[in-house]
Design a protein around this ligand. Sequence first.
Ligand SMILES: Nc1ncnc2c1ncn2[C@@H]1O[C@H](COP(=O)(O)OP(=O)(O)O)[C@@H](O)[C@H]1O
Ligand SMILES: [Mg+2]
Length: 306
Amino acid sequence: MTTPALMDIELLVHGHSCLDVHINHDDTPTNDLQYRIQSMVINGGGMAANAAIAASRLGLRTGFSGRLGIDPFSQYQMDEFHENGVNTELVVQQDYIPSLFLALNHSNGQSEYSWYQTPHTPMVSDPLTCQPSLILLDGEYFNVAIALIETAREQNIPVILDACFLSDRRLALIPKVDMVIASHDFVREYMQSEDWHAGLRQLTQHCAKTIITLDSQGCLWHWQGEEGAMGSWPVDCVDGLGAGDAFHGAFCAGLLRGYAFYDNLRFASAAGALCCTREGSRAGLPDMSTIKQFMASHPEPGITSV
Ligand SMILES: Nc1ncnc2c1ncn2[C@@H]1O[C@H](COP(=O)(O)OP(=O)(O)O)[C@@H](O)[C@H]1O
Ligand SMILES: [Mg+2]
């Protein structure tokens, strides 16, 4: 895939990148409590990084900005960006222990997750040396996120926040961005309940264009005064990890290609659903012909207004 020049980027995605290691192991230990690994998938991961790859596979000229180390794990992530045509000129590489996400999948279908994240030290970077038409942030590196939002406002560039996990910093970003796509995990923690509609009302007080993604239940939105809900595309889910990131990347692609709102929700949901059909957060991310073929050959999810 060809990587766009920095000045040709349409979408800038800023935030988290890490290495994902997915391990499927046998649940019966050997005598000395060792478990045999049946299969293993290693890929780059992280909310913003996955979304950048998702958007680029769908043909959007995409750049990623975030922080990586100078070690082999970070190089692996950089290589994957380049294989997928993502511009990385805004990545800051420094002597920094990279983040790691470990998924331990048991044969009974349960998964355990562990992750390592370097304690927060502010990332410093030049706020905006390109001219994207859209910015997607996952709330990582708050100082850079704030600087990007300010510059974006001056230049009339819309900003989407992926409200993936609850933190005070992400909450502070919500009123400053143009659109919020929140995960069910974020809303559950924010509301201390699973009342998604109440969560939507609450978030909408701070941002008039808000979507909540609800796993296989689809999504819910308030978009400039209109509210509605949509189910999901039928797929056999192998691994749901990264579905939200796929949704965000595809939603950005649809937005920049001028899709009508409902068409874009269907498109982004199809990307989320396809992501679930393969193990790991990247193998199932579709290109344009795959997603179009999938959407044409499956019953589309219904939309209800709320
Ligand atoms: N099991 C699934 N079957 C079909 N679509 C799914 C499934 N899981 C997720 N999706 C689609 O992907 C979108 C984002 O996924 P979600 O699970 O909400 O994100 P997250 O990665 O935050 O858990 C959903 O709104 C839905 O459209
Ligand atoms: Mg999910």
